[in-house]
Design a protein around this ligand. Structure first.
Ligand SMILES: CC(C)(COP(=O)(O)OP(=O)(O)OC[C@H]1O[C@@H](n2cnc3c(N)ncnc32)[C@H](O)[C@@H]1OP(=O)(O)O)[C@@H](O)C(=O)NCCC(=O)NCCS
Length: 184
């Protein structure tokens, strides 16, 4: 409890983000905080990666994008094309990745990894000690990326994606900033 009160001050969570031009694999992208104006593009991207389905509805995106106090959503554009997005919720000393996707034609160019590392850095600045996420147990591509970034299997959530009768693997990556390492 002492450690908790030392490091977790919800009022002090800083999820500010300044947009910038991202250069990756000889391509230039714009990365910025997501807003309601991006929702149509986010739904379009979901449909593309999930073969016509939108696991998150317009309502889900809209309500998530309102949670400014503890959530951060980033979008990556190339010109007017949304090529990727990521979301994170800060809870206690944990950064939880809520959603991530990259447009198929832009996958395997480092965008997903960049987005995850960016969120890890932001969580570290906010004194998180671990990152977590859920991924479908048969989504081997995403799991492979998460493992490369240092996530490990934590436990199985049976029937987490109930509509599809699919399990989720809950994955975890321990992180700690220098201040915490020194005190611990
Ligand atoms: C998971 C996802 C976000 C990764 O984005 P990305 O921009 O392709 O990721 P990166 O380019 O940074 O990383 C590439 C690594 O991811 C894994 N990977 C991603 N796509 C892959 C594919 N089609 N086949 C095999 N491995 C793949 C590999 O480990 C790969 O490493 P490698 O290039 O050394 O083989 C993307 O594949 C995606 O949007 N998938 C559909 C949506 C989804 O499943 N989201 C995750 C929900 S939990």
């Amino acid at each position: 409890m002492k450690k908790f009160s030392l490091f977790f001050h919800p009022a002090e969570i800083d999820l500010s983000f300044s947009p910038f031009a991202l250069r990756l694999d000889n391509q230039t992208y714009q990365i910025m905080k997501a807003s309601d104006e991006n929702i149509a593009d986010l739904l379009g991207l979901e449909q593309e990666v999930y073969f016509g389905r939108t696991p998150w509805s317009r309502f889900s995106f809209k309500s998530e994008l309102k949670k400014h106090a503890n959530s951060l959503y980033l979008v990556v554009y190339q010109g007017s094309t949304l090529v990727g997005f990521v979301g994170m919720r800060m809870q206690a000393q944990e950064g939880h990745i809520t959603n991530i996707a990259v447009k198929p034609a832009f996958q395997k160019r480092g965008i997903g990894g960049f987005l995850l590392r960016t969120m890890i850095e932001i969580a570290q600045k906010n004194h998180a000690v671990q990152m977590t996420l859920e991924v479908r147990s048969d989504n081997y591509n995403a799991q492979s990326l998460y493992r490369k970034i240092g996530f490990r299997d934590n436990f199985i959530r049976k029937n987490y994606y109930s509509a599809e009768h699919a399990d989720a693997v809950s994955m975890i990556k321990k992180i700690a900033d220098r201040e915490q390492e020194e005190v611990n």
